[in-house]
Design a protein around this ligand. Sequence first.
Ligand code: NAP
Length: 254
Amino acid sequence: MSSFPAPNFRLDGKKALVTGASRGIGLAAAVALAQAGAHVTLAARSKDELAAACKDITASGGHADFVVLDVTDSAAVDHLITNQGPFHVLVNNAGMNRPKPLVEVTNEDLDDIFDLNVKSVFYASRAVAKSLIAAKQPGSIITISSQMGHVGASNRTVYCASKHALEGMTKALSWELGQKNIRVNTICPTFIETALTKGMFEDPTFKASVVSKIALGRVGHVNEVMGSVVFLASDASSLITGSALMLDGGWTAA
Ligand code: NAP
């Protein structure tokens, strides 16, 4: 049995940074990482929500702090990571969607979605990798992509383009960083009940069409992303890089 040590899902002694951690999937990811023993820095723009989340985590015995950060500001991202890094785990979670028919998408929509969904992920990944390489430490970069990084869908031209970009970025980064023992992967959820999807699900016809494409016959809950975040952050996934972990309830298996 000694040649088969139990897989290690613990993150004691690790520092983690989660973007978009004030609510939704990012908040669940931050809680999960803290439960696994990491010291977690929660980053987003909403100070009160971040402070409440930190208070909850520390009240439960976890270690956490927060920073008010707009992740589309590359100088601010660099400043945080240079001064508070190296972070051994980065969860690039902050993201947005503005579902619209192609002909109604404005240049501003295109810029806003790419600034947040793609460019901010590049900024944070670059800064975290730089500080880990300088410190000669291993790391795990996890990006919350989407099933929409693997398929297309109506009213989601820009969102799908942004998530497909993350899949390509992740594969390239895995080759850039593999020799430095920094792993890079995506998590690709199906529709999860959060503030992002609340408005969409107010249309019962839309919700029914979504559920009909999920083999499990239901949408997801934020808690169902937590295990995958801890798995990819930990040594239990030590051979996984450049991969996409599909949390799509079977959507892309059709
Ligand atoms: P959400 O509930 O809308 O939360 C988005 C988070 O991003 C918030 O914490 C928000 O905090 C933060 N954020 C937005 N703009 C930011 C900025 N400029 N700087 C820093 N933080 C910013 O979204 P969610 O549903 O949890 O989605 C999280 C991620 O999962 C996104 O990348 C999304 O594309 C992906 N995803 C979601 C679903 C789904 O069905 N929900 C499915 C697949 C993938 P502040 O407003 O406080 O800044």
